[in-house]
Design a binder for this molecule. Structure first.
Ligand code: PMV
Length: 323
């Protein structure tokens, strides 16, 4: 039996989005992306390679759960690298509030990659853990590091990985996750990406624009320029969602509440409360703001949508082994 290793990884929110794959198997993206790792929301995953097992076994929050193809892809890669065929026991506890509208796949696959590689006796560099996590979920590539993280798209498995851009930003920045709908999304991110890459006439413009947004957002981070950061992140998210609306057949992750929150954010800005929106593959909106205005923004949105749930987060750390 191998050793038992537990790893913890936090989720992240993309400020410049990954939206489109060049390679579906290896998850090589069409564009580089940049995210902020969040505190509070994380996954703890324990892995043991156990020769007593007949097949891989997975539990999520204590419940026996089918082993997904994505999990198998990561574990198979670990076995190949370690030269073993032993089945794995994987136990995951998610501390991402149920349907917080934050991708638990990012924290889940980053934690799995770190725990499984260590349990198999591999001592991978964080770069190689990032490459491994990428095979489970694109956004997990970035959750290996804390703070602001860049996923350099690269060309293939060897050079598509995350690098920390500013790991310990000494910066007042908060993310409010406004949950308006916790139903599972109708179009998965994988299906959405596939459709825009093959049918959206704006796709070439997205690739071009995103390269520019990467430059601008890095300048904003370096300069601690919250306005430039927020404006770039919001514009990038809108460009991603415009791609979807121009696809064939068209689709959108927005709900009426999404639009209402976008209008509220514009109104808050008019009133002098600086905040910006970003939206992933779902109707929930994440609001970027700073400490001085955070409570006012929460109260304003809560007043507008009394049934919504609002979670508050700030900068989080990279993936670690739990002793
Ligand atoms: O990692 P996935 O396959 O869940 O895709 C994530 C896509 C977005 O969240 C919309 C953008 C991103 O860069 O995280």
């Amino acid at each position: 039996m191998s050793k038992t290793v537990t790893a913890r990884a936090h989720t992240n929110i993309a400020l410049v989005k990954y939206w489109g794959k060049k390679d579906d198997e290896l998850i090589i993206p069409m564009n580089s992306s940049l995210s902020l790792t969040l505190d509070h929301f994380y996954t703890d995953t324990t892995v043991t390679f156990d020769s007593q097992l007949v097949a891989d076994h997975f539990t999520l929050d204590g419940q026996s759960t089918p082993v997904s193809a994505k999990i198998t892809r990561v574990i198979d890669r670990v076995r190949t690298l370690a030269g073993i065929t032993t089945p794995a026991r994987i136990d995951s506890i998610n501390h991402v509030p149920n349907m917080a509208g934050l991708a638990s796949s990012a924290s889940a696959f980053a934690a799995l990659a770190l725990a499984a590689s260590q349990a198999a006796g591999l001592d991978l560099s964080l770069r190689d853990v990032s490459r491994l996590a990428r095979r489970g979920s694109g956004s997990a590539t970035r959750s290996v590091y804390g703070g602001f993280v860049e996923w350099q798209m690269g060309h293939d498995d060897t050079d598509s990985y995350a690098v920390p851009y500013l790991e310990h930003p000494d910066w007042d920045i908060h993310v409010l996750a406004v949950v308006v709908n916790s139903a599972p999304k109708a179009i998965s991110s994988t299906a959405g990406m596939k459709r825009v890459v093959s049918t959206s006439p704006f796709y070439p413009a997205w690739v071009e624009q995103t390269a520019k947004d990467m430059v601008t957002i890095k300048q904003a981070i370096t300069a601690h320029d919250f306005t430039q950061l927020g404006e770039t992140a919001e514009a990038n998210a809108m460009k991603m969602h415009a791609l979807n609306m121009a696809a064939l057949p068209p689709f959108s992750y927005f709900s009426p509440d999404t639009i209402q929150i976008l209008d509220a954010i514009a109104e808050l800005r008019r009133q002098g409360y600086e905040c910006y929106a970003t939206i992933d593959a779902g109707p929930n909106v994440k609001i970027l703001c700073q400490a001085a205005t955070k409570d006012h923004i929460i109260n304003y949105i809560q007043g507008l949508l009394p049934t919504s749930q609002i979670y508050s987060a700030t900068v989080g750390p990279g993936a670690t082994i739990c002793e």
